[in-house]
Design a protein around this ligand. Sequence first.
Ligand code: DON
Length: 555
Amino acid sequence: MKKIVISFLLLSSFIWAQNFQVGKNGAVASASKQASDVGIEVLKNGGNAVDAAIAVGFALAVVYPPAGNIGGGGFMLICSPEGEVTAIDFREKASRSARRDMYLDESGNPVDGWSTEGALAVGVPGSVAGYEYALQHYGSMKWNELLAPAIKLAEDGFPVSYYIHEGLRDHQKLMRRFPASVEMFYQNDSVPDIGDTLRFSDLAVTLKRIAKQGAGEFYRGRTAKRLVKAVRDNGGIIDLWDLQHYEVKERKPIRFTYRGYDIFSMPLPSSGGICLAQILKVVEQFPLAEYGFQALQSIRIITEAERRAYANRAHYLGDPDFISVPVDYLLSDELIRAMAKSIDLTKATPSCEVDHAPLPKSEETTHFSVVDKDGWAVAVTTTLNSAYGSGFVAGKTGILLNNEMDDFSIKTGMPNMYGLVGAEANAIQPQKRMLSSMTPTIVCRNDSLMWVLGTPGGGTIITTVVQVLINMIDYNMTLVQAVDAPRFHHQWLPDVIFAEKYSFSPDLIDLLQAKGYTIRKRSSIGDVNAIAVDRDNKYYIAVPDKRRQSAASVY
Ligand code: DON
């Protein structure tokens, strides 16, 4: 009997994940069905897309613990009905006590786990401040109304999905090091089974306090003090000063055109927008539609563009409040042309022969999408970094904290957990934001909203967004087909094309190898949550990726 119940549950979550949804008045695509439903309720109650996004963000902090968070940070892109786009940066920051060599041993070598596990890996969280800022500037509802659904989910509990069950099983070793993490996620001291109800009573208390007192509770109140004590008792360095001085930044998005489409994406400290622009602008110089989807030449051109953009990322990109980044130059026609011209049309350029672009002599970083009936569109990518972040729950706060410090370049040329390398520009400095790859993106054409999209996936975020856009713009796919299509990824170093299993045919692999490419098969890439506006501007088509457990709701 139990077997039958489990397979029914598995089947039903599979069906959710497969379903795109079409609505007239609003749409939400997120990593969890419960969270998407929360967003739709807010829209039905008169909230706008920003209100709904905030409520979805808090709900994900409960029902999607691998990445949904209040112990992490993220980025929000907001597009008004008039087409004005702004970017809200609530990325984590290094503590004022952070030191450039804090993850190295006496011989200058990185110590395994220091930047990725437990309290020392935690960056100062930005999510709660980010949501409050977004509400104050662009929302319309009351703060406590937006936290209420998350509080209810934390108190009443929610059914454990296949994906959460598997994740909690896989992350046991790390999380069992921390008693509060065990208490929160392994109630009865065992991995919760599929369909079990998971309740987070400590988190519910914290969320209630935040609902009542505002973000100040998280940054200056009892929650702040408890969080800091738990972190410091466990070898972390974040202090009250760090929380009190956390600041949200509103920034100008990266804007560019690709084959007549206006694309808006996240500026620094995410590398997402700059790399997306560089890759697409290089690719624009080649007739991809003529080559065809998954044609050898298409894959080669996209790979070579990615390789070159990631070489630039590693050298130039970091927190713009700390270093000067030649953004205009990196997006200039002159550099894009030079990058395109350096592509050998007959064979691979080995990464060791691709350096970052030289500076011209004169001069010197879990996604959900929401739209509403008035045309507001919001793209939010938030993260704890790796799944379940540092694995560390800050004592009785019920807050699972990030391990975002690993997104810094902890030593020049040393790959982080995504194999990404960096240099001086992204070195650790007190109070600095670590470089991100998160790429919340909004696309318009002739001043009309077309698509809202983004994805998780570490270094593969940028190239996933690249492929979904190319699939639609160059290969004329629908959003459903574009999100479904197999993915590949190149990030300069290591010099390999990572391809999803079952994506490249054996013949294609032979052809690519003959041209000098090394192919490495890997598990699925990304988890896109996107929304399209239909061609008559009448319907919203919400498309969750089928790769994890994402789900859409509409009305
Ligand atoms: O900011 C970044 O680029 C990373 N911390 C994102 C991590 C991520 O996407 C993990 N998801 N699978």
